[in-house]
Ligand binder design. Sequence first.
Ligand code: S3P
Length: 451
Amino acid sequence: MATAIVTLNKTPKQENLIIEPPVTGLSLQGTLQIPGDKSISHRALMLGAIAQGETIIEGLLLGEDPRSTAECFRAMGAEISPLNSQKVIVKGIGLGKLQEPLDILNAGNSGTTIRLMLGLLASHPGRFFCVTGDDSLRSRPMSRVIKPLEQMGAKIWGRNQNSLAPLAIQGQSLKPIHYHSPIASAQVKSCILLAGLMSEGETTVTEPALSRDHSERMLQGFGATIIIDPTTNSVTISGGHVLTGQKVIVPGDISSAAFWLVAASIVPGSELLIDNVGINPTRTGILEALAMMGADITLENERIVTGEPVADLRVKYSKLKACTLEGALIPRLIDEIPILAVAAVFAQGTTIIKDAAELRVKESDRLAVMATELNRMGAKITELPDGLEITGGTPLNGATVDSYTDHRIAMSLAIAALNAKGATQIERAEAAAVSYPQFITTLQKIMNYEL
Ligand code: S3P
């Protein structure tokens, strides 16, 4: 048996996480804080950068993705204090004032950074920008934002017939459009809204199902004119409105809380209180899915913090049962599907996840990767073109699995390992730092066991 049940094996190239739970007696206990919401952190940095005056951000996610956003906007003239304290100050440069960067902008691993930023870059007339990202980001589709931006008059060039980064952008005066997006994507919606902010007139985005609405909320908070039509899932922005710096308090990320919600639900005897979790209704699909599965989760101390609903979540172990996840629920839990797949592996019955083909173009092909890696541990998962069929209830055995450098895969596999027999080695687990740098220390803190 290992001397510790969680160990990190570091090589110069990668970090492998080894988890070997005790044969009996492990439970998860305690109260924990989770890192700031990634989506809100990106938006606070970006809106702060293009606003007039100072934006004070409290609770910013100090992960790699927001660091990429901060670096890009610093390179275009915004003053952003170092991301080493949870209070970050952004001195905005004003609408339409992003400077031409001296070098290529690097969005790292972050789809939100590159796609939202493109709306701003494309709408800065007379300025030229190049933007790229890591191996994963350079393989992710950019045409979903380039096509609507081109309809507005944008000039963008990229690999693979203008669909992949690196991208070159020659800023233009854009014209407003009404865009009917074929996918429910907050990145697409937000990109067009930001471009619309810089166009004269009204720009509308209609989506097939409602995606996260943090941009709409925060743009309103910064003084933009936004009209929302919930009957058609449409949002309209009026161009030219100057934004004013604000104080933003970033709630904890429900997508990070999701790992502990599932961990406590599957490890017998567990009880966790997760403080300060954002419960924006466009993000709470995970709570509805786990409720369908019979999880024991209660919301305490519900409140509104700088325009976003927040609560403390209490979760206790309970026996889970299978469910079907589909339709309009999917965009509301899109990032939680890997960890929900882990919950389904331990639930009685067959869980079906469908309408989730978007998962194939995330940081990795999350449908393929979760099916392959959990099956290595003995799970019974069949990949569907747009989802997964998971027959739960078969015990898992430890195995060597890979994160594919995808943060949410690394953490989901770590939670599965807590309930497997023997040791699991998760390769390239350092990916967790993209959204959750303290994941392993938090895991160690809440584990209760006697060796
Ligand atoms: C995000 C939107 C979602 C989500 C991503 C963050 C955002 O992507 O998966 O992690 O901050 O707008 P899509 O808009 O591509 O669905």
